[in-house]
Design a protein around this ligand. Sequence first.
Ligand SMILES: Nc1ncnc2c1ncn2[C@@H]1O[C@H](COP(=O)(O)OP(=O)(O)O)[C@@H](O)[C@H]1O
Ligand SMILES: [Mg+2]
Length: 298
Amino acid sequence: MLGRVTQVMSWFASPDDAGRRLGEAGYLADAATATTAYLAGALEKPLLVEGPAGVGKTELAKAVARATGADLVRLQCYEGLDEARALYEWNYKKQLLRIQADQGSADGASWEETHDDIFTEEFLLTRPLLTAIRRDEPTVLLVDEVDKADVEVEGLLLEVLSDFQVTIPELGTVAAVRRPLVVLTSNRTRELSEAVKRRCLFLHLDYPTAERERAIVTGQVPDLDDRIAGQLVATIGRLRDLDLKKAPSIAESVDWARTLVALQIEDLDEAAVDQTLGVVLKHASDQAKAVRELKLRS
Ligand SMILES: Nc1ncnc2c1ncn2[C@@H]1O[C@H](COP(=O)(O)OP(=O)(O)O)[C@@H](O)[C@H]1O
Ligand SMILES: [Mg+2]
């Protein structure tokens, strides 16, 4: 039957297809993002997405999963994340119980038998990286905020990202049954190693154009009045130009839109901006600067 030639799921058929399906999944991608998402699937290469907080890095991975019907496996990185949390660990408690049970039994299993027994599948606790590798259903593996993990974690990632396999000394090498589409995100609090970068496609995400941001905001807050949406993205743009400690992100634009709807604000004038500034700016010094520069109080 035509169209059934291949059993292998392709992620996206083309950059346009990626853009369209991401859009249907609620993610408005620009051309570069759609193209890179397509390539990540077509080339089976991990995608490293870098950029400031709140520009849609994590959401891109989730949207790829939604758009393709894949499941999302997420590894959230943090300082101190180790192999036992990222890859796998042995279930010591259960192993101990088995050892005790073996020793207590009448026919008394030999230590060799017990040892072979407790380093098997049954006693393995799989963590996100191993889970993603072993799934035979389509999977998006999100390795979120890699820059927050210690450098050593990149060593772990390398094996997974380059060979799509994991070596467990007691069990052997587990190779991917089906390659997951891998998305790594970074806020760039530190540079990732060249070795990791070499294996990835790279996408830099930044604040969207006013037009795209308006579409994102009205897409998520359909009740927002059209004129206010225009005022909102324009004001957000001016705030981003102010050289603040923390510029407002897309997430804050969306929050602001929800706030304006909840408060039934009909005109985003200086007074309304002043009154709701806490939704958008989270530092006192940033608020003070905005009040001054945007002349919110006369
Ligand atoms: N292109 C986009 N289309 C739709 N929503 C977006 C887009 N980019 C960002 N968002 C919204 O912004 C929010 C924050 O994005 P997120 O992915 O969490 O940022 P980060 O870059 O910090 O990971 C998301 O929950 C989503 O609602
Ligand atoms: Mg994120």
